[in-house]
Design a protein around this ligand. Structure first.
Ligand code: ZN
Length: 461
């Protein structure tokens, strides 16, 4: 299957060719965990989960890394407000985040590295940037010297004045150039900090991603880097500068993908308008699967207008699709069903999810009309395989149609898949990964029991 992706770097749709087809690498900027995720935060999660699923169908080994920013000024402020350590805040909201995203059918990424566990990697990268003349220390800060990297601005294609204004960086007296940005900053005694060659301090936001990519995916060029449109500048521009300069000019990433904004009733979501929709609250009123379908109903690069009517329509679409599946309950889907070519072509065309959804409805139409047993079995398999790629239709149709959204919100096949991954982790003595998968399932309401080398599971009561 040839996948085509729109590359922000070249402003073109390109045929996707991984550097190494045996190890496809995908990195997506993850959450800063100090409050609940809103629907705008959920969009990249669902979009890149769909990409992850498609890549897994096309390539044998896809490594998907989504970081967790667990040290940040907003986290510090939240911790001080409650008079607790930052870990109390970040653990609480990270758990909520994982549970909310799981409810939207997002598969756990291969790795979810945390900034606080990568301070040494961050310090090492900053040291290299200083050593090769791209960064400098000034008054306890370390800054990246933007004029030292001639290609700066290649991703956002902004003019220099625009970049300086857009970055909204302080024009501090210790900066050599107004565009220079912070890699490391000093921490006063009442804020979290780590010892470094430049005194006690904490990392800037941009360097985190460069260092975590290098440590978990690199140091070679990665295939795909994703995130929201708002991250193109300055965040991703700065990641390119840092990683390219720390790696002697080697290309950092080949394909850059950015999803559009989510508006609510045609207005920008903002605290001041009081229209910020939290995923956690939406899940009280609608099944996660309907929220997911609503998020996939527009092409990912377009803005998405979130409305109650859109969510209701998504639920009605799922009712229709599940009714078609339920009517096929007397036939067995083939053992390894494949999604039909037209559906795959839509998804492989820069994730054209509106078209893929239309193809899914075509399949349901065909299934509703079919009378031949073999054809009905084939169509059932195609519906399930196509549904899986969109992260839809994996529940028992009778459960969905009864309106009893499964408490666990996870399909048995996904549970079995995670158990298999956990077994593999245990076999290579990767206890952290094994525990992570167990915790992940527990957060989704599934409890594991290990007995005599076998793992069984049950839904938590
Ligand atoms: Zn990032």
């Amino acid at each position: 299957m040839q996948i085509y992706l729109y590359n922000t770097l070249t402003r073109q749709k390109e045929a996707f060719t991984p550097r190494d087809p045996q190890r496809v690498t995908l990195y997506v900027c993850g959450p800063t965990v100090y409050n609940f995720a809103h629907i705008g935060n959920a969009r990249p999660v669902v979009v890149f989960d769909t990409l992850y699923r498609l890549l897994q169908r096309a390539y044998p080994n896809v490594v998907y890394v989504r970081n967790v920013t667990d040290v940040d000024d907003k986290i510090n402020a939240a911790a001080q407000a409650e008079n607790v350590p930052i870990g109390t805040i970040t653990e609480r909201y990270y758990e909520v985040y994982r549970a909310d995203m799981a409810a939207l059918g997002a598969l756990p990424p291969s790795m979810e590295p945390k900034v606080t566990q990568h301070i040494a990697a961050i310090v090492s990268m900053i040291e290299r940037l200083i050593a090769n003349g791209h960064a400098y220390e000034a008054e306890g800060h370390v800054l990246f010297n933007v004029p030292s990297f001639a290609a700066y601005g290649q991703l956002s294609r902004r003019a220099r004045d625009e970049m300086i204004a857009g970055a909204r960086v302080d024009v501090a007296p210790y900066k050599r150039d107004p565009a220079d940005f912070v890699l490391w900053k000093p921490s006063p005694p009442d804020l979290p900090g780590w010892d470094s060659p430049w005194g006690r301090g904490r990392p800037g936001w941009h360097i985190e991603c460069s260092a975590m990519i290098e440590r978990n995916l690199g140091p070679d060029t990665i295939d795909i880097h994703g995130g929201g449109h708002d991250l193109i500048f300055p965040h991703h521009e700065n990641e390119i500068a840092q990683s390219t300069c720390a790696h002697g000019g080697r290309l950092f990433c080949r394909y850059w993908m950015h999803n559009g904004f989510v508006n609510v009733d045609a207005e920008k979501m903002s605290k001041s308008l009081g229209n910020v929709l939290l995923v956690h609250d939406l899940l009280q009123t609608a099944p996660g699967e309907a929220i997911r379908l609503a998020l996939l109903s527009a092409h990912y690069r377009q803005p998405l207008d979130w409305t109650d009517a859109g969510l209701k329509d998504a639920k009605a679409q799922l009712d229709r699709l599940y009714r078609a599946l339920d009517a096929l309950k007397d036939v067995e889907a083939p053992a390894a069903p494949a999604a039909p070519a037209a559906f795959l072509a839509a998804l492989a065309d820069d994730l054209n999810t509106p078209k893929a959804l239309a193809e899914l409805h075509q399949l349901a139409n065909a299934a509703n009309k079919a009378t031949d047993t073999a054809e009905r079995a084939r169509l059932k398999g195609e519906l399930l395989a196509a549904g899986w790629l969109l992260g839809l239709l994996q529940q028992d149709p009778s459960v969905w149609l009864k309106g009893e959204v499964a408490k666990a919100a996870i399909a048995p096949e996904e549970i079995e898949g995670l158990i298999a991954r956990r077994h593999a982790a245990r076999a290579r003595k990767d206890w952290a990964e094994s525990d992570r998968i167990r915790d992940e399932l527990a957060a989704r309401g599934i409890l594991l029991e290990d007995k005599a080398g076998q793992t069984t599971w049950r839904v938590a009561s």
